[in-house]
Structures are given as C-alpha cells and as structure tokens.
Design a protein around this ligand. Structure first.
Ligand code: CDP
Length: 251
C-alpha cells in the first residue's frame, strides 16, 4: 500500500469509529445484584445506578415493608387468605430523596425507609419472604419496574427469577465475620442497645431461610459473576463492576 492510501485508510477508520460512537445510543441494560445478607449489595447497586443514571431498586426493602405492614396489622401470615386480603391493602412505591440521592420506600403513602431496617422487622422478614403469595406480589411489581430497562436491582432472586435475561448478573459474597461486623456498625449507629450476638444470629437465620426456602431460594444464577468483596475496598469493587457493565453497554 502506498503512503497516501495508508493515511486515508487510517483517517477513515478513525472518523467512522468516532461517528459510530456518537451516533449509536448506549444500550440500556438490566443489572442484577444478588447475594447473602449484609455483603454490600445495596452500596454497590446505588453507586452503579448513580454513575449510569439508572434507577436503583432495593427489592429487599419491599419484603421488609410488607413484613412491617403484617406486624403492625397483626396479619396471621400462616393463613393464605389473610395474606391475600392484606396484600390488597398494600401499595408500595419508591421515591427519590434529592438530599441523600437515594431512593426510599413508601408504604401506603408513608416513608418507612428508616423503620424497615429495625431488627424487629429483620427477625421476621425471611419468614414472610418465603410465602408464595408475597413473592408473587413483589416479583410482579419488580418486573414492571424493570420493563424499560436502565435499572439496577439487588436482592436474592433477581438474576434467577425476576430478570433471568438480565445483561449483567453479579452474585456478591463476603466472609461471614466481615458481614456481621458491617451490619452491626450500621445498626449500632441507629440503636446502641443492639448486640453483636443478636446481629450475628439474625444474619445466620436469614441466610439459612433464604437459601433453603422452597420458592426462589437464594442461588447464584449460572451466568452470574461472583464478586467476593471480603478484601476489596468499595472503590475497587465499584471499578470492577463498572468494567463489567461498560463491556455490556458500549456499542
Ligand atoms: O440488607 P440485607 O441484604 O441484609 O437484606 P435485604 O436485601 O434488606 O432483604 C431482607 C430480606 O428480604 C432477605 O433476608 C430475604 O429474606 C428477603 N428478600 C428476598 O427474599 N428476595 C429478595 N429479592 C430480596 C430480599
């Protein structure tokens, strides 16, 4: 090839590449983050959603809000008819808090984002989340929220059941002692009466029920990428996950 042909080919390749990049819109994808209790799913999900300008949905918050409603209204959740009746009275929405830049859960027009984190709710949530009617109610709602893509959702069954065709599935894990310490710090800041033992027992109980229940147990989807963050900083795990997301988004 003579030099001017080389220059022309190079210029055209560069030019066409640039044009393709700016004309082609970025693909909107669904990102699912599943995993064990307190391994930092929501921290990563919030960071990714903020960076990508996607919606973040905390599916666990929905199960916690339903549990709060059942506890407050003394719903006997061992009776399917009573559960169905109660679910008809429940309206769940997410609202964006501009000051914290986070989405918060609204149960029947009441912001319960803070209340649902209490250990009283955590003690019962896995039992409630194992109920067929409750899961059908929550999963339907979650699938509607993801119908336009551009969403990051964390939970236990998001990559396996809610969005089995998601473009990026992450399965998070971390050493148990690290997870207990993280959750203890979080809860202690709100209530200094909480003990490490209580937090550890709750985490172990939820992990057991969540992974042994009959419907949608916690499992790694076969096409999920495992992210063990025991020895990663928040920044390191964020960079890694964004690299996986960008590989799937960029045209
Ligand atoms: O923050 P943490 O990971 O400890 O829990 P969460 O995401 O707030 O979820 C609370 C509970 O809801 C879990 O322990 C599960 O029992 C249930 N859950 C579920 O069954 N399916 C989901 N997709 C999300 C949560």
């Amino acid at each position: 090839m003579i030099p001017w042909q080389l220059i022309f080919t190079f210029a055209c390749t560069k030019h066409c590449d640039l044009r393709t990049r700016s004309i082609m819109p970025e693909k909107k994808i669904i990102i699912t983050i599943d995993g064990w209790s307190s391994c930092g799913k929501s921290t990563l999900a919030k960071q990714m959603a903020a960076k990508l300008k996607y919606t973040y949905i905390d599916s666990g918050a929905m199960y916690r809000a339903i549990t709060l409603y059942f506890l407050r209204n003394h719903v006997d959740w061992t009776d399917a008819r009573k559960v169905n009746r109660a679910l008809k009275e429940i309206n769940i929405e997410f609202s964006h808090n501009e000051s914290t830049k986070a989405s918060e859960i609204i149960l029947n027009e009441e912001n319960v984002e803070y209340l649902i984190r209490d250990l009283v709710v955590a003690e019962k949530v896995s039992e409630v989340a194992a109920i067929k009617e409750v899961r059908e109610f929550a999963v339907k709602h979650q699938q509607e929220m993801g119908s336009k893509k551009a969403i990051v959702m964390d939970g236990r069954d998001i990559g396996t059941v809610v969005f089995p065709n998601a473009e990026l599935k992450i399965f998070m894990t971390a050493d148990k002692a690290i997870r207990v310490a993280r959750r203890f710090r979080e809860l202690y800041d709100k209530n200094p009466n909480v003990s490490l033992e209580e937090v550890k027992n709750n985490l172990e109980m939820r992990d057991y029920i969540d992974s042994h229940r009959e419907i949608s147990p916690l499992r790694k989807a076969s096409d999920a990428i495992v992210l063990d963050n025991s020895n990663l900083t928040e920044q390191e795990q964020f960079q890694l996950a964004m690299k996986w997301a960008n590989e799937r988004i960029k045209p």
